[in-house]
Design a protein around this ligand. Sequence first.
Ligand code: FAD
Length: 397
Amino acid sequence: MDFSLPPDVCMIRDTVSRFVQDDLIPLEALVIRRDAERGYSDEPPLPPDLEAELQEKAKAIGLWGIDVPEEFGGQDLGALAKCVVVEQLKHSIVPLRLLPESPNLYLLKWACKGKQIDKYLIPYARGEKKACTAISEPGAGSDVSGIKTRAERKNGKWVLNGSKLFISRAKRKDFMIAIAVTDPAKGKKGGMTTFLIDQGTPGVTIPSSYATIVGEEHYYAIFFDNVELSDEQVLGEVGEAFVPLQNRFGVRRMEIASRCLGFAARCVKLMIEHANRRQTFGKLLADRQVVQWWIADSYQELEMARLLTYQLAWKLDNGSTDFRRDASMAKVQATEMIQRVVDRAIQLYGGMGVSKELPLEYMSRLARVWRIVEGPSEIHRWTIARDLLKNGLPAEC
Ligand SMILES: Cc1cc2nc3c(=O)[nH]c(=O)nc-3n(C[C@H](O)[C@H](O)[C@H](O)COP(=O)(O)OP(=O)(O)OC[C@H]3O[C@@H](n4cnc5c(N)ncnc54)[C@H](O)[C@@H]3O)c2cc1C
């Protein structure tokens, strides 16, 4: 068993780390100010032109197409490399995303066929097109069996009616990956289908958006009014919406867990710096046992979450098709870990901890979202328990 990262992954990690120090951390004050001033507007905290500039710069230093197959112009370094890159990027709160985003890349790679390859997969893999995923609805969040958006067969076309809710960045995407009911009698098991829907398709409107706890998580409602789609817009098989999506969920959970690792490492770094500098009652905070325990516990919890996350990435890279339990474990442990770690960091900094002079309060708000998106912790614990209750402990136990 080898726990060391491969040399090419170490190299890319160090490149991202320098990029974060030199190009992202200096922008944190701007992101915090824009986030504070955004009110209800959907202006992103990172200005889009600056984001494009940073993406170009990242590309120039080799941070591009990390997990994209070579046949689509990528580096094909795999899930572990992407995981490490996302982790390093999240040593900063600047919400820079390196395209393409992995969850939809894996989904499209697994499921696109025929003309979909040129129209969606290749431009997506090259970062030329962006996609959102539209699953949730007013009556269907954790429980996707409540999806009501209906796709009916009429005159050789699929006709969609219904609505979606909470869809991240929906207005800024080129196409959406949306689920609709194609056979109400079968429901979730064989009665739901995934569609690829281009931005600007007649009948699709995105009239309302919702400000949330942090600007980068601004989400939208989408309405479908007699939206006509061809068979070429069905992703995967009719009735099998969740087969390709299950894989996407695993990759997205790994990505969220990686973000938590980056934030946690930054918090521990900030805690060490402050504890070694700040004196109260004639002693450094570093000399107080409670502070030492905050640092020790935070570091241990970070390392435990990292092992789960890297193990998930390793399974993905090694072709495992059954990583639902691993994905749930990484998501729960990492998202709950970062909440504890950032809370301790804020406590250690005292009054300064809750100010907008430091990135900690931004981190704590964003981390709060991660326990809900991509399935709340309660649903993941349920998934883990159901698996263990049905199949018992795995062989290594
Ligand atoms: C910022 C943000 C961005 C999002 N982006 C997208 C997106 O791009 N695309 C998309 O499709 N969706 C998106 N979502 C929706 C997200 O996936 C849902 O919010 C999530 O799945 C929970 O669904 P819900 O909000 O309807 O909560 P509900 O399903 O109503 O659950 C509410 C709470 O009840 C508890 N609960 C529910 N069921 C159980 C159970 N069986 N056992 C124990 N407790 C339970 C949990 O604590 C849960 O938090 C986004 C959400 C947020 C907050």
